[in-house]
Write a protein that binds this ligand. Structure first.
Ligand code: NAD
Length: 462
């Protein structure tokens, strides 16, 4: 018997349908379900991050000019932490969960089993090209899935490095490089889950395409995350922590503080700190931005802001840099105050008090993150009760992302679903409810006809 021609065998070849089919076969073979397989893949990811740390940091630097140290610190290290956490807790996460069985269903026992969804598609953006590709992959593999990873076409060096290295360290993972066309083709394969990180606009397109196949989605999106500075805060510390979160990766961070709302009575003092800290942190250097297109968009946002420019200025579309810029009280209807900035511009808006700040936040879309600077516990509780956001940090910015026990995700237009730690395991698992009964006894109470003594008993029970 002659072997089938390579092109007639759906599992060979590098096309998208063949790649997905290959992953399906791996999943259907059942090898991905046991603890040992999952653990081996997580250890493989851990080794990849340790052994290829320099190669990954260099690739990020080549695509984003972020510097190797910052690339390792903000992309590689948090991913390695996610891997360690998953390895430590995997057995506990996989353990069946017993739940009470009500009297009417006795004698029996009830359990919730977490089972893998199948082949998951992970679509990642360009701004943290290693972390946002591999952190969802940690969750997918921990939950016993196969995965197809589609990194961003805007970070081609990282995408190529991931495509080359991942198969050397893990099984059950394929990387498809490309942009929107490849993304849509992948979704059209009708995979078992789509985990998308990116902009709300593309999130809508992805969710609509996935809906055609009833493929469930997790959407990790963006938006305008506010930082509120009250007069009962340490203004210098607030300025340092807001700029820490804003300046990482030149403000190209989904949970960067997008804009500040500061109480009128402390505004000028806060701005003084902000200016001094900005000079200290940036060493007066302009910051790298992704591309000429992004540089032009940021310059346009600044030009149309119609407020007072405290520092900074337009981006340089040739050098692909922009000085850190602060705009005080821009027009409320400017693009700067309605679009996600995603770059090194910080609007500072004066408000009367905390309630004014809360009302302004509530008038917009629900943000991915919200930050509050206060020492007043009642203010903190009011803020938490009134502001709906994906996550909140009080008296800091961005760091809530580093707590593996906290779910990370958005709400409303900033996203659907969450991950990190156990929450990621849950995002990639189906919770299968199982009732087990015995056939050794068979009480007649449940069965028709419902008459006489049986009926009276059942009427009482209902
Ligand atoms: P993006 O939405 O443009 O792209 C994300 C992914 O979608 C990429 O892989 C890209 O190839 C693909 N894509 C782009 N256009 C598409 C289309 N028309 N059809 C199908 N697929 C398409 O996002 P980006 O510019 O790479 O990243 C920035 C955005 O991502 C910001 O809004 C930011 O807030 C958000 N973000 C969110 C998180 C989070 O964890 N919630 C993290 C990082 C970034």
């Amino acid at each position: 018997m002659t072997a089938p021609h390579p092109l007639s065998d759906p599992t060979t070849g590098t096309g998208i349908p063949q790649t997905v089919e290959r992953m399906r076969r791996v999943f259907d073979g059942g090898t991905t379900r046991p603890y040992a397989w999952r653990r081996r893949q997580l250890e493989g990811l851990g080794r990849l991050l340790a052994e290829q740390r320099v190669a990954l940091a260099e690739a990020i630097d080549a695509d984003l000019r972020r510097g190797r140290f910052e690339s390792a610190m903000f992309d590689v290290a948090p991913t390695a932490a996610e891997v360690r956490h998953a390895i430590k807790h995997l057995r506990g996460w996989m353990r069946p969960q017993r739940v009470p069985t009500p009297l009417a269903v006795q004698p029996g026992s009830s359990r919730v089993l977490r089972e893998p969804l199948g082949v998951a598609l992970i679509i990642s953006p360009w701004n943290y090209p290693v972390h946002l590709a591999l952190a969802p992959l940690v969750a997918a593999l921990a939950a016993g899935n196969c995965a197809v990873l589609k990194p961003s076409e805007l970070t081609p060096t990282v995408s190529a490095v991931l495509a080359r290295l991942l198969p050397e360290y893990v099984e059950g993972v394929a990387v498809v490089e490309g942009g929107p066309d490849e993304t849509m083709q992948l979704i059209d394969q009708g995979l078992d889950h789509v985990f998308f990180t990116g902009s709300p606009g593309v999130g809508r397109i992805v969710a609509a395409a996935a809906a055609q196949h009833l493929t469930p989605v997790t959407l990790e999106l963006g938006g305008k995350s506010p930082a509120v500075v009250t007069r009962s805060s340490n203004l210098r510390v607030a300025a340092r922590r807001i700029l820490f979160g804003k300046l990482i990766n030149s403000g190209q961070t989904c949970i960067a503080p997008d804009y500040v709302l500061v109480e009128r009575s402390v505004r000028d003092e806060f701005l003084g700190h902000l200016d001094a800290v900005a000079t200290e942190f940036t060493e007066r250097r302009a910051l790298p931005v992704l591309s000429a297109k992004h540089a032009e968009r940021l310059s346009d946002l600044l030009a149309g802001a119609d407020g007072q420019l405290l520092r900074g200025g337009p981006a340089d579309a040739d050098l692909l840099t922009m000085p850190f810029s602060v705009v005080v009280d821009p027009a409320a209807d400017s693009a700067l105050m309605s679009e996600e900035i995603f770059g090194p511009i910080l609007p500072v808006v004066t408000v009367d008090d905390l309630d004014d700040a809360i009302a302004r936040i509530r008038s917009g879309s629900r943000p991915l993150a919200a930050y509050l600077f206060t020492r007043d516990g009642r203010q903190r509780e009011r803020f938490l009760a009134r502001v709906s956001a994906g996550g909140v940090a009080v008296n800091h910015t961005v760091l809530h992302l580093q707590v593996p026990g906290l779910p990370f995700g958005g709400v409303g237009t900033s996203g659907t679903g969450s991950y990190h730690g156990r929450w990621g395991f849950e995002a990639f698992s189906h919770r299968k409810g199982v009732l087990r009964q015995t056939d050794r006894i068979d009480p007649p109470l449940l069965y028709p006809p419902y008459v006489g003594h049986k009926r009276r008993l059942l009427e009482k029970a209902l």
